[in-house]
Design a binder for this molecule. Structure first.
Ligand SMILES: CC(C)(COP(=O)(O)OP(=O)(O)OC[C@H]1O[C@@H](n2cnc3c(N)ncnc32)[C@H](O)[C@@H]1OP(=O)(O)O)[C@@H](O)C(=O)NCCC(=O)NCCS
Length: 377
């Protein structure tokens, strides 16, 4: 048995097939990211995030009236309960916003009296969680800093409302377009670590609250969603492109990882990065903050030249968020607001044809032995 297990083993499960899906694929020819047959990059140019939520959860792009329904639902369901606000008020301003989101979803689960959910009920909870997360996060953020939670213009899109919740100012159309594109590009990515975790949790017939809580905890790490914040902290260390060149060379010589670069699946490029690079350049030019973009681009060139690595979705998303005036600790949470749509689609897909996910491990410890008496250990 152990030889068979050895043959199937790959550290980090690299290239291991762990399931089938109709939600997302990566085109092997050009490494393009595809949601239910549609290119994510094209969706980011032609659709709003609400359409992509519908595409992922319902399996098809919405017609006009369906889009109206889902958009209305997300507005109606956005309010969070007084009980959740009480919990959020207890969390200090110094907490990790990712922990706040994880706690919020977990607490939402405690308020649901239902114990066993049908797939249809799971779907409705998914919409409700997606709708509530921005207000839960930003209520904690502002209240813990003794500020009022901004009122939002309900006519804005999901992304626009989120920006207004952050900055307390109605966003310009171009700003809304950037956050919308980012939400779409982050929404889904096959069996990445957090989605895998969410599916494993769902496969035990636990509920969607627990599965999304697992996903958030997994996304938090700097090798996954946390990379966008780490990338921004890095970019801000440098005062000029030349300074960045020196600093990055030093890091590479010390064999340090450059956050926001590389990918487990993509080998040539991450198409999402091009879109976010274009948006961050446009923002930088509009706002007269070209130096920041130039530093980022210099880092891109050096890492490419010296390591052959390309920026992933996180690198230029970070630059765009910075230019949109979003505080850095909220970058990974934006990933959660978006990826909850993908997690939900996977949880529903898992439940629709479920089998417990339970892999094996190769044992490398001592052989079986007798338990010695305590005085002889
Ligand atoms: C994404 C990531 C975790 C993929 O990891 P992986 O498939 O396990 O790849 P590895 O970490 O084994 O890296 C393979 C090689 O590339 C190097 N490498 C990979 N990403 C690197 C990076 N961002 N900076 C510098 N070197 C990197 C590794 O050091 C390793 O080199 P070696 O073979 O000389 O030891 C990895 O690229 C990474 O840590 N990137 C930075 C974090 C990040 O941006 N995460 C967001 C992903 S969307």
């Amino acid at each position: 048995m152990s030889t068979m297990l050895q043959e199937k083993f790959a550290k980090g499960l690299e290239d291991v097939i762990a399931g089938t899906t109709t939600i997302c694929s990566i085109n092997p020819e050009n490494e393009a990211l595809i949601y239910r047959g549609y290119g994510a990059v094209e969706l980011s140019e032609k659709a709003i995030f609400e359409e992509v939520i519908h595409l992922l959860i319902e399996g098809k792009l919405p017609k006009k009236r369906e889009l109206k329904r889902v958009s209305r639902l997300l507005v109606q369901e956005r309010k969070v309960s007084k009980d959740l606000i009480k919990v959020l008020r207890k969390i200090p301003s110094t907490a990790s916003p990712m922990d706040v989101l994880r706690t919020s979803v977990s607490f939402m689960g405690t308020l649901d009296e239902n114990r066993a959910f049908t797939i249809e009920e799971t779907k409705q909870i998914a919409y409700s969680i997606i709708a509530k997360l921005p207000l839960a996060l930003m209520s904690w953020y502002h209240l813990s800093r003794n500020k009022e939670v901004p009122k939002v213009n309900k006519k804005l899109t999901f992304g626009g409302r989120f920006l207004q919740l952050v900055t307390n100012k109605e966003p310009e159309a171009f700003e809304e377009r950037v956050i919308n594109a980012s939400l779409i590009l982050y929404a889904e990515h096959e069996l990445n670590a957090s989605t895998f975790c969410a599916r494993v949790t769902a496969s035990t017939l636990s509920d969607i609250y627990s599965a999304i809580t697992s996903g958030i905890g997994t996304l938090k790490g700097s090798l996954h969603g946390g990379a966008n914040e780490a990338a921004m902290e890095l970019i801000l260390k440098f005062s000029s492109p030349d300074d960045a060149e020196r600093g990055i060379m030093d890091m590479l010589n010390r064999k340090e990882k450059i956050m926001g670069f590389g990918h487990r699946v993509y080998k040539k490029k991450d198409g999402r990065s091009d879109v976010m690079k274009k948006h961050s350049l446009q923002l930088a030019e509009k706002l007269g903050q070209k130096k920041l973009f130039d530093i980022a681009e210099k880092i891109e060139h050096i890492v490419k030249e010296k390591k052959g690595l390309f920026p992933n979705a996180d690198f230029y998303s970070a630059v765009a968020y910075y230019l949109l005036n979003i505080p850095i600790p909220l970058y990974t949470p934006i990933f959660v607001l978006s990826r909850t749509a993908g997690w939900s689609a996977h949880i529903i897909e898992q439940l629709s044809d479920n089998r417990l996910i339970r892999p094996r491990a190769i044992y490398e410890g001592p052989p079986q032995r007798d338990v010695p008496a305590i005085e002889r250990r």
